[in-house]
Design a protein around this ligand. Structure first.
Ligand code: SF4
Ligand code: SF4
Length: 212
């Protein structure tokens, strides 16, 4: 028999910490984008149709916090689009393609949950670096438009300004650990699209025996 589940919600202090991390991310992003001269204005691409996957329960819970505050009609529209997204996604994956489908939260070109949008949505675009906990360094080149500017202006990607994500990710891991607490080892790793997070409902935790 499956263990009963209870909805996993972000306590206020963790929601505030996550919002503060996002704010610092935005500040770092804006600085590097300014230095490089990258702006999304007039870009022929719309990154909201990229196949982004998300990995933390904290962001999933935060997304739902925003979703539940929207007007019921808007929530219904988003849920319908999320179901359609999953249907199309299944088809494109079955054809061996990387899905390219507009995010169900995109409403007439704008993000319907801008304050609650995910880390990937905030970081995509500029060059970034990160040192993983195992010491391995990673480098992200930024979006195609950014790569074009970097090539013209700096020649080598290493010569361009970039954002170090290490500290921000360390803080994200801290929020995730505090949210999951001693259940962390029981929770499956996640790798989900926003549409899956919407269709599945808010994240949940197994209820311990002593609380059933
Ligand atoms: S992040 Fe890059 S590709 Fe995406 S909209 Fe902005 S400029 Fe265009
Ligand atoms: S959450 Fe918002 S910003 Fe991110 S892909 Fe969806 S619509 Fe775009």
């Amino acid at each position: 028999m499956n263990a009963p589940l209870r909805e996993l919600t972000l306590p206020t202090e963790l929601a505030q910490e996550l919002a503060a991390i996002y704010e610092d991310m935005e500040e770092g992003y804006d600085k590097v984008a300014r230095d490089i001269g990258l702006t999304c204005e007039g870009c022929p691409d719309n990154c909201c149709d990229s196949y982004f996957l998300h990995h933390t329960y904290s962001e999933w819970a935060y997304l739902w916090q925003g979703l539940q505050a929207l007007a019921p009609e808007m929530q219904d529209r988003i849920r319908d689009r999320a179901a359609e997204y999953l249907r199309q996604c299944k088809g494109q994956l079955a054809e061996g393609r990387r899905p390219q489908i507009m995010c169900p939260l995109n409403e007439n070109g704008l993000c319907a949950l801008y304050q609650h949008r995910m880390l990937v949505c905030r970081m995509h675009g500029i060059p970034a670096t990160m040192t993983r906990p195992d010491g391995q360094s990673m480098r992200f080149p930024g979006c195609f438009r950014c790569q074009e500017i970097v090539e013209q202006k700096y020649g080598q990607p290493e010569a361009a300004p970039s954002m170090d994500r290490t500290e921000l990710f360390r803080r994200m891991v801290g929020v995730e650990s505090r949210l999951l607490g001693d259940k962390r080892h029981l929770m499956p790793r996640i790798k989900m699209t926003i549409a899956e997070m919407i269709v599945q409902g808010p994240p949940s935790l197994p209820v311990p025996h002593c609380q059933r």
